[in-house]
Design a protein. Structure first.
Length: 188
């Protein structure tokens, strides 16, 4: 059975292409493991969504907490660390820890907090990776603006050379339905 992925939007098509998703599916079908992989991702024992899974209909007892951007980033870093140990590389060469990202956002916004106006702001990251700095910067600016009673909108712009991390960033931005324009840097 060949999965049909052609009905998705151009943005999603680009993400699938960067992940070489169609090739991955064929590889898994050929190895007879696609069903097992799907079972793992749809297992009731894991929750990769940002929303919690509850044990009860009243939604009072959490069975599995939601996975926020930080948690997904931690999983991503662990996967990178494991795969790069063979190359004698450090995970930090590929991923910036969340506390460092939050410190950077604080250093960028706190000195100008009193200058925030009702306006539209742009935020650019020239090496955006999976987009963590963009989303943290957006959250920090929105928090500071709200604290000051200001109404702001934020346009996020990112650029990334690695096709897979670019695809992760674009997928995350699409899922968050934020105003974002990400491009893959072609090395020129």
């Amino acid at each position: 059975m060949k999965p049909n992925l052609d009905g998705f939007s151009p943005n999603v098509q680009e993400i699938l292409d960067k992940f070489k998703f169609r090739d991955q599916i064929k590889t898994m079908v050929d190895a007879d493991i696609l069903g097992a992989v799907i079972d793992k991702f749809t297992s009731s024992d894991i929750n990769l969504s940002p929303k919690p899974v509850y044990k009860d209909a009243e939604k009072k007892i959490v069975k599995l907490p939601g996975l926020d951007n930080h948690g997904m980033g931690t999983i991503f870093e662990e996967l990178i660390r494991r795969f790069n140990e063979e190359n004698n590389e450090e995970a930090g060469e590929h991923w910036t820890p969340r506390d460092v990202v939050e410190l950077m956002a604080d250093l960028a916004f706190y000195p100008v907090e009193d200058q925030i106006k009702d306006a539209t702001y742009s935020c650019y990251d020239g090496a955006c990776g999976t987009g963590g700095m963009l989303t943290v910067a957006q959250a920090r600016l929105l928090t500071l603006a709200k604290r000051r009673g200001k109404n702001v909108s934020i346009h996020l712009f990112g650029q990334e050379i690695n096709p897979e991390t670019y695809a992760i960033c674009k997928a995350d931005m699409l899922l968050k339905v934020c105003c974002c324009e990400c491009t893959q840097y072609d090395g020129r």
